[in-house]
Design a protein around this ligand. Structure first.
Ligand code: DGL
Length: 264
């Protein structure tokens, strides 16, 4: 039994889509969520910058005594995960591996990926899919406008519909579409409508949370006492739309009360 929290890291609200899955699948665990709103967006930054920011974020979380870290950001997973796993001696997981394993189990061969520019450029998804599913055909598209729109709360309006229509042109023949940026599940309904009901939309937080439960079990660090569970959110800049988007998405005002300013 280990009552220390799980640390989570993203550039903004996107990681909340992962947080929601972890809250469902690991209901006993405390969570410390760090949103680097001061430096958002990560998707247009260089690999060196992403590695540096990810390390600093993880060190902040470790200073809060976390027992494991979830990189709830596709951009940081694709460019910094391998690097940071070498630097710290607690389990650190990202969004790619568990999702690719799931796609292999489902035997999908025509796979679409949408993500930030940095993630697509890094080939993090493409390389992992080629390694695990060598016969797969991969179709991908960088969608740089979507994460800023999600931060703004524009996930259901006409502009969101048109933007998604434009981005998904050319991805209509895939069997599944990976939401390679954790902000994108906020557009899931529009994306599903645009692609059609027969296509599976891969929300990476679902697969990551399953993997996290295994890791906690294998390392014998599960929290068994739900009484002492708590959720804290830290932001590096409070003057953003995070609180509005988070309260609409999480539908839990108590969580929103516990948002603290920090820096790292
Ligand atoms: N949520 C992030 C991702 O999964 C970052 C988006 C951004 O900061 O550009 O890639």
């Amino acid at each position: 039994m280990d009552s220390r929290p799980i640390g989570m890291f993203d550039s903004g609200v996107g990681g909340l889509t992962v947080l929601k899955e972890i809250m469902t699948q690991c209901p006993n665990e405390s969570i410390i969520y760090l949103g680097d709103t001061k430096r958002f967006p990560y998707g247009s930054k260089s690999k060196e910058t992403i590695i540096e920011l990810t390390k600093r974020g993880i060190e902040f979380l470790i200073s809060k005594n976390v027992k494991a870290v979830v990189i709830a950001c596709g951009t940081a997973t694709s460019q910094a995960l391998e690097e940071v796993q070498k630097c710290y001696d607690i389990p650190i997981i990202g969004i790619i591996n568990s999702a690719v394993r799931y796609i292999k189990e489902k035997d999908y061969k025509n796979i679409g990926i949408i993500a930030t520019r940095g993630t697509i450029r890094s080939k993090g998804w493409q390389n992992k899919i080629n390694e695990i599913i060598p016969k797969a055909s991969i179709f991908y598209k960088a969608c740089p406008l979507l994460a800023p729109m999600a931060e703004e709360g524009w996930t259901e309006n006409e502009i969101a519909k048109l933007t998604i229509k434009e981005y998904l042109e050319g991805l209509k023949n895939v069997e599944c579409l990976i939401l390679g940026c954790t902000h994108y599940p906020l557009f899931k309904e529009i994306i599903q409508k645009e692609l059609g009901k027969d296509k599976e939309i891969i929300n990476t937080g679902e697969m990551l949370s399953k993997r996290l439960t295994q890791i906690l079990k294998n390392n014998n660090i599960e929290n068994e006492n739900v009484q002492n569970r708590k959720y804290d959110i830290y932001l590096t800049d409070m003057e953003t739309n995070f609180i509005n988007v988070a309260s609409k998405f999480l539908k839990d005002d108590k969580m929103i009360e516990k948002i603290y300013k920090c820096d790292f």
